[in-house]
Write a protein that binds this ligand. Structure first.
Ligand SMILES: Cc1cc2nc3c(=O)[nH]c(=O)nc-3n(C[C@H](O)[C@H](O)[C@H](O)COP(=O)(O)OP(=O)(O)OC[C@H]3O[C@@H](n4cnc5c(N)ncnc54)[C@H](O)[C@@H]3O)c2cc1C
Length: 576
C-alpha cells in the first residue's frame, strides 16, 4: 500500500454530522487538526436536529445563577440512585468530570449557546441527589439566516413540532399561542412569532428561520463547523474502515456512487447515531415485540457500530435498557407514508388523560417519563396485551390540550379519525369496541380514575405525585396538576407503540472515547461519540438531556484526545 492509493488525507475523519460528530469535529479542528466530516444523508443534524435539544450537563457554570447550587457528591449520588451499575462507574465519572468543561469550551469557542433551566426537575426527583433545575440546558434560539445559503442543508425539524406549516415553537411559545385571545402578553408574543415567520416566508425561506430546540443546537453546531472551515461531505456514507497492524488508519466512504479512501492520520470518530432503524440489531437487542416505531431519522441503521465491530470494537453490556424509550403514535397518510408523534412532554401529564391496556386497565402513572412509560408497557404486556397501549381522554381535554397529532381548540381532526389514528365515540362502551379493549374494564378504570381526580390523589399509580409529574401538568388545576376526570362525550383515544428516541447500546469505550477491543484495550485510531458510544447512562433516563449531554461531552473528549495525538507517519514510509 502506498500513500498514492488514498484519495484524501486528513488528521481526523468524523463520520456522522449530529451532536456527537460535530462536537468532535469542531474540537479537533480548534485543536489544530485538519478534519473531514462525512455525512450519509443530504442534510446535517441527524436526530439532534429533530430533538428537543435539552442537554443534561450538571455542574455547568450557570447552575448557581439559576438558583440551583450543585455539587459533585450530590450529582454522583443521583447517578448511583438512577444509573447505578447499568454503566461502568469510570464512564459515569468521566462524564460528570467533563460535561461542564465541554459545554464551557463550546460556549467560549463556538456558536453553541445554551441556557440553564431554572425549573426542570430530574426525572426521579424523590431520589437522593436529584435537582429541580440547573442541570439541563436549552439551546438558545438561533437565527437560521446566519447559515446563509447553507440553511437548506440543515435537517428540518419534525413537522409535528412546527405550526403554520414551518414555524418552530417551544412549550412556552405553544402556551402563548393557545392564550392569544386571553392575555395581552401572550397576544404580543404570539404576534412577534407569527410576523417573524411571515417575513421569513416572504423572503423565500422554505420554513421559519427562528430555530429553537434541537434544531437550534444542530444549527449552532453547523454554523461552528462552517466558521472553522471544516470540510464536510453530504451524501457520503461510511462503507468500511481501513485497519493496518491493529490501527484504524482511515475509511472508505462512498461519494457520487464511487468508493473513496480517506486516510485519517490521527483517527476516525464514529458518530452515526446508533441503530434504531436496524431491524437486525433491534431483533437482537430490543425486548420483543419491536417494530418500526423509532422517532430517529431512518438513516440511523447502526452502520457506525457494525463497521467498528468489524474492525475489532466491541459492544458495551450490562445496560438496563437497549434504547431510550418513548410512546409513539403513528398516522398512516393516504399516500402510505407514516407520521410518527412522540408523546414526550405535552399531553400525558395533563389532567384528564389516562392510559389503558387491552383489558381496559391502567398500567402506569401516565405522567411519568417517556422512558418509564414504555418500560411499563413492556411489563404490562407480559400478562395483558399492551403493545399498543391506548391514551384516552374526553372532549374537554381534547379541546384544551389536544392529544398527539390531534390539536386542541376546535381544530380539524376528522382526517385523523378517518385515517384510523384518532378513535372517537359517544360512549365508553363504543370506544372500547372501536379499540378492541374490554369495555367493563375500561368503564371501571375511568370510574376509578375520576374518583381519584375528585380526591386529587391517584391511589393506584400516583399520577401527579412527583415534582416532575406536576412540572408537566396544568398549574391551574387543583388540588393535583395532573388529575382531572373524563366525563364529557365524545371520548377519544390514540394507540401508542413502544417507540424510541435513540439507542443506548453501542461501542464500548474508555474515558477518552476510544473504542475498546475484546480484551478491553483501546483500538488505536478509533473513537466513538453520541449514540454510537455505549451510553454512560446504561439505558436509564435520569433527566432531560441525558443523551445530548454525553454526545457533546464525549465528542469534545474525542476531539481533544485526537488533537493531542501525533499524526501517524504516512503508510508509505511504514511499509517501504
Ligand atoms: C423527537 C426526539 C426528541 C429528542 N429530544 C432529546 C432531548 O431533548 N435531549 C436529549 O438529550 N436527547 C433527545 N433526543 C435524542 C437525541 O436526539 C439523540 O440521542 C442524539 O441526537 C444522538 O446524537 P448523535 O450525534 O449520536 O446522532 P445523530 O444526531 O442522529 O447524528 C448521526 C448522523 O450520522 C449520520 N449517519 C448515519 N449513518 C452514517 C454513515 N454510514 N455514514 C455517515 N453518516 C452516517 C446520520 O445521517 C446522522 O446525520 C431526542 C430524539 C428525538 C427523535
Amino acid at each position: 500500500m502506498t500513500t498514492a492509493s488514498w484519495d484524501k488525507e486528513v488528521d481526523v475523519l468524523v463520520v456522522g454530522a449530529g451532536a456527537g460528530g460535530m462536537a468532535a469535529a469542531i474540537t479537533a479542528r480548534i485543536g489544530g487538526c485538519s478534519v473531514l466530516l462525512a455525512e450519509k444523508t443530504d442534510r446535517i443534524g441527524g436526530s439532534t436536529a429533530i430533538s428537543g435539544g435539552a442537554v443534561w450537563a450538571p455542574l455547568n457554570a450557570q447552575t448557581d445563577e439559576v438558583g440551583h447550587p450543585d455539587s459533585y457528591d450530590k450529582v454522583w449520588k443521583y447517578m448511583r440512585n438512577t444509573v447505578g451499575d447499568a454503566a461502568p462507574e469510570a464512564m459515569q465519572h468521566a462524564f460528570l468530570a467533563s460535561c461542564a468543561a465541554a459545554v464551557a469550551f463550546l460556549e467560549q469557542n463556538t456558536e453553541v449557546k445554551l441556557a440553564a433551566r431554572g425549573y426542570s426537575p430530574d426525572y426521579y426527583p424523590d431520589r437522593e441527589g436529584a435537582a429541580l433545575g440547573g442541570r439541563s440546558l436549552d439551546p438558545v434560539m438561533f437565527d437560521g439566516r446566519l447559515l446563509g445559503s447553507h440553511f437548506h442543508e440543515l435537517r428540518d425539524p419534525l413537522p409535528e413540532f412546527m405550526v403554520l406549516g414551518g414555524m418552530m415553537i417551544t412549550m412556552t411559545d405553544a402556551k402563548h399561542l393557545l392564550a392569544v385571545t386571553k392575555s395581552f402578553t401572550s397576544w404580543k408574543e404570539g404576534m412577534k412569532l407569527v410576523l417573524r415567520f411571515l417575513g421569513d416566508r416572504l423572503r423565500g425561506y422554505h420554513r421559519g428561520t427562528r430555530l429553537v430546540l434541537g434544531n437550534a443546537l444542530a444549527g449552532r453546531l453547523f454554523k461552528s463547523v462552517l466558521d472553522q472551515g471544516i470540510e464536510y461531505w453530504l451524501d457520503a456514507p461510511l462503507q468500511s474502515l481501513e485497519v493496518e497492524g491493529g490501527r484504524v488508519t482511515g475509511a472508505t466512504l462512498v461519494r457520487d456512487g464511487k468508493p473513496l479512501r480517506v486516510r485519517a492520520r490521527r483517527g476516525v470518530v464514529m458518530a452515526t447515531g446508533g441503530f434504531p432503524w436496524s431491524p437486525t440489531l433491534r431483533a437482537q437487542l430490543y425486548p420483543q415485540p419491536t417494530g418500526p416505531w423509532s422517532m430517529s431519522p431512518q438513516g440511523n441503521v447502526g452502520e457506525g457500530i457494525t463497521i467498528a465491530r468489524a474492525a475489532g470494537a466491541t459492544l458495551g453490556s450490562g445496560q438496563f435498557a437497549p434504547a431510550f424509550w418513548a410512546p409513539v403514535s403513528i398516522l398512516q397518510k393516504p399516500d402510505g407514508t407514516h407520521v410518527r408523534y412522540p408523546h414526550l412532554v405535552w399531553d400525558r401529564a395533563k389532567p384528564g388523560l389516562m392510559a389503558v391496556n387491552a383489558a381496559g386497565r391502567r398500567f402506569v402513572n401516565e405522567s411519568t417519563s417517556y422512558h418509564e412509560f414504555v418500560l411499563a408497557m413492556y411489563k404490562s404486556h407480559e400478562t395483558v396485551p399492551t403493545l399498543p397501549a391506548f391514551l384516552v381522554c374526553d372532549s374537554d381535554f381534547m379541546e384544551r390540550w389536544g392529544m398527539g397529532l390531534a390539536l386542541p381548540g376546535g381544530r380539524p381532526r376528522e382526517h385523523l379519525v378517518r385515517a384510523g389514528y384518532l378513535f372517537r365515540a359517544d360512549t365508553l362502551d363504543e370506544l372500547a369496541a372501536k379499540l378492541g379493549v374490554d369495555a367493563a374494564g375500561l368503564k371501571e378504570s375511568v370510574a376509578g380514575f375520576n374518583r381519584g381526580a375528585e380526591a386529587g390523589q391517584d391511589a393506584e399509580f400516583g399520577k401527579g405525585s412527583t415534582e416532575y409529574n406536576r412540572y408537566l401538568g396544568d398549574p391551574e388545576q387543583a388540588p393535583n396538576a395532573c388529575l382531572g376526570p373524563l366525563r364529557q362525550a365524545p371520548f377519544y383515544a390514540v394507540k401508542v407503540y413502544a417507540g424510541d428516541i435513540g439507542t443506548a447500546v453501542g461501542i464500548r469505550c474508555n474515558e477518552n472515547a476510544q473504542a475498546l477491543d475484546a480484551g478491553g484495550q483501546p483500538i488505536p485510531g478509533l473513537y466513538a461519540a453520541g449514540n454510537d458510544m455505549h451510553s454512560v447512562m446504561g439505558g436509564q433516563y435520569p433527566a432531560p438531556g441525558i443523551t445530548l449531554g454525553p454526545a457533546l461531552t464525549f465528542g469534545w473528549v474525542a476531539g481533544k484526545h485526537l488533537a493531542q495525538q501525533t499524526a501517524q507517519p504516512p503508510v508509505a514510509l511504514e511499509t517501504a
